[in-house]
Ligand binder design. Structure first.
Ligand code: SPV
Ligand code: MN
Length: 630
């Protein structure tokens, strides 16, 4: 095959061919040439770091109608098709060679078969259309974390979203020199469109080639399937990190403020709808990132960066009362893409925005009016539950300036949070790295809510909140994290949080704003300023410390009976959770680390010992004595 890019010179927009040639990188040219040959676009545009190239793409998004201008300057609205509103897990697969088995939890397809299929769909798919060749960088540029990526897409919406979400990476590639080959290769086509949404969604495919560091995505528009630098690159990065001894995590990164000007940084993993963005956005603290972090050991410390520079956030329930900073950013005349909301007279509306919705408008499934029902007679909501907003982090008043620090921030604490109505206390600290990774991260579960499809209250296993994105066997992934904790000068503390604990009557035991207290307590712990009570599952706060924090931060009188109810050690539920985990890690996960089973076993013995003395439900205040260790 002739891979010389020169044969396609006539397709390039003015200046684009020269920009590409200037890189003088044969691998980059070969990759682009291959997919121009396959997809056959009529025009090719190259996005460099020159702001005029980003502007061109923004204008194209309006010109093609992929985005519709809204009333406020810089705001646009994009719609994905009714059946294209979320990540398509079933059709997202790893390409694996014959006889290779990745992990039963990971969705795979034979490499040759998968490539034949998806290349078949991509063949000639961009005829008459424009291909955007975009150079981006994962992580801040010019740093040990930087990973250059080249995105090819025929969607101006995808290219525009990436412009908001990621750092430009053309100069980063120049810096790497002409021989550099280690860039991620991302190919996307939205396929045939009908009223600007992908038509052939039954032919939607997202195939990941770990060996070639390439992802191919076709016949879809929803960001999670198409924004190659987000969850698609995340899978490639997990694989790469695993070979190189660093970590790619589904984690927020935030600054937490203590005495004087003290700031300590935390990273946190929460499955979807378990409070990740709301934690990253906590009042009084600062946000570095809300979704994906790279963690590296540098000089014996754990350093982290946000892979992104923007947020692709769920807009449902964003309102001026609960999210004043996001609300402000969503109403400022800066670049914002709203997706799958209700649009009426140039104004976007969504579920839970605390405004009166108009009686009619346009949303993700076309014309909408009050009382409209789906084919089964269920009322259609104003906006899709997964409707989103895309903004740059710097538009937020609480954006931490460390966002662009090439060396990242030092992580003092790692938080794991699930959605659990009956088992874990609101906050606790692990006894150490392995205890935390194994009993808090590796056992993370999230209960389904009425907001998701299917039955509410079903527990979904989601280790480190990363299950959907793992590209290596689960056992190896856990082992990598344990290894990462070795040889550090300062080991981050590990915490488990649970914002969803309920009492016997189904009432939440903690308030919406109480997470502000838990995070301040964690900050005091990593600063060595407060002690704790050791329980069989971890170390919990002293009542007096929380009482003081509640008074100072929330101006609230925190009663001892509230504390006692929240921090009751629920032994039957904890034992049941251990049983569930044993089942998963002995029956479903191949080669689970032995240390994991041992750690669970030890936790079980501690729980049984306490139950013997104190019964099933233990007032943890009692555990301050040495009694339970008998
Ligand atoms: C998530 O679902 O975890 C997201 C959105 O951050 S998506 O881009 O779809 O992955
Ligand atoms: Mn995410």
């Amino acid at each position: 095959m002739n891979s010389d890019i020169a044969q396609y010179k006539g397709k390039f927009r003015k200046g684009s061919y020269e920009a590409l040639k200037k890189l003088n990188n044969k691998s980059v040219e070969g990759f682009i040439s291959e997919f121009i040959g396959l997809c056959d676009p009529s025009y090719v545009f190259v996005r460099t770091d020159d702001p005029s190239t980003a502007r061109y793409i923004r204008e194209k998004a309006l010109e093609t109608g992929e985005e519709i201008p809204l009333k406020i300057k810089g705001h646009t609205c994009h719609f994905d098709g009714p059946g294209d509103q979320a990540r398509d897990k079933a059709r997202t697969k790893y390409l694996v060679g014959k006889g290779v088995s990745l992990d039963p939890h990971l969705n795979t397809i034979d490499r040759d078969e998968g490539l034949d299929e998806i290349r078949g769909y991509l063949k000639g798919i961009m005829k008459g259309r424009e291909l955007y060749v975009c150079f981006f960088c994962l992580g801040p540029t010019g740093s040990a974390f930087s990973l250059p990526a080249v995105q090819l897409t025929d969607s101006s919406y995808v290219a525009h979203s990436e412009d908001i979400l990621y750092r430009s990476g053309y100069e980063e590639l120049v810096r790497r020199g002409p021989e550099f080959t280690g860039f991620f290769k991302l190919i996307h086509s939205e396929g045939a469109l009908e009223e600007n949404v992908s038509r052939d969604t039954e032919k939607r495919r997202v195939y990941i080639d770990l060996k070639e560091e390439t992802v191919l995505s076709v016949n879809t528009q929803y960001g999670g399937n198409t924004i190659g630098l987000k969850k698609l690159s995340m899978r490639l990065a997990i694989y790469k990190a695993s070979k190189e001894g660093w970590l790619t995590e589904h984690m927020l990164v935030m600054g937490v403020y203590g005495q004087g000007s003290r700031v300590n940084y935390f990273a946190g993993a929460f499955p979807s709808a378990c409070g990740k963005t709301s934690t990253a956005m906590l009042e009084g603290e600062s946000i570095v990132g809300d979704d994906i972090a790279y963690l590296r050991k540098i000089d014996g410390f754990v350093k982290a960066v946000n892979v992104e520079r923007g947020i692709f956030g769920i807009i449902r329930d964003v309102n001026p009362e609960d999210d004043p900073l996001i609300w402000k950013a969503l109403n400022a005349p800066k670049e914002v893409i709203f997706s799958n909301v209700l649009m009426q007279s140039g104004i976007p509306y969504w579920q839970g925005d605390n405004r009166k919705a108009p009686d009619e408008g346009r949303n993700y499934q076309g014309e909408w009016h009050k009382g409209k029902t789906d084919t089964e007679g269920n009322p259609l909501p104003v906006s899709h539950p997964n409707a989103r907003y895309t903004i740059r982090l710097r538009e937020l008043a609480n954006c931490d300036e460390a966002l662009e620090k090439p060396e990242g921030v030092q992580i003092k604490g790692i938080i794991y949070g699930g959605r659990d109505s009956d088992t874990s206390v609101p906050v606790q600290q692990a006894f150490g790295w392995n205890h935390g990774i194994l009993t808090m991260g590796s056992t993370l579960e999230s209960e389904t809510t009425s907001a998701t499809l299917g039955k509410a209250g079903v527990r979904k296993f989601n280790l480190m909140s990363n299950l959907d994105f793992l590209s290596i066997p689960l056992g190896r992934y856990i082992e990598n994290i344990m290894d990462f904790g070795k040889g550090l000068k300062e080991i981050p503390a590990i915490f488990g949080v649970n914002y969803f604990l309920k009492g016997g009557n189904g009432r939440y035991l903690t308030g919406m704003h109480d997470k502000r207290i838990w995070i301040k307590w964690m900050e005091l712990r990593v600063s060595g300023e407060v002690s704790c009570i050791e329980t069989p599952t971890g170390c919990i706060p002293l009542y007096e410390d929380l009482k003081r924090l509640f008074a100072v931060i929330l101006n609230k009188d925190y009663r001892r009976d509230e504390y006692e109810e929240q921090f009751t050690l629920r032994i039957p539920e904890n034992l049941a959770k251990i049983e569930r985990m044993f089942k998963i890690y002995t029956e479903e996960v191949k080669n689970a680390p032995k240390t994991l089973l041992k750690e669970l076993e030890d936790q079980r013995s501690r729980l049984l010992k306490v139950r013997k003395v104190h019964g099933d439900y233990v007032n943890t205040g009692l555990l301050q004595s040495a009694e339970y260790k008998k």
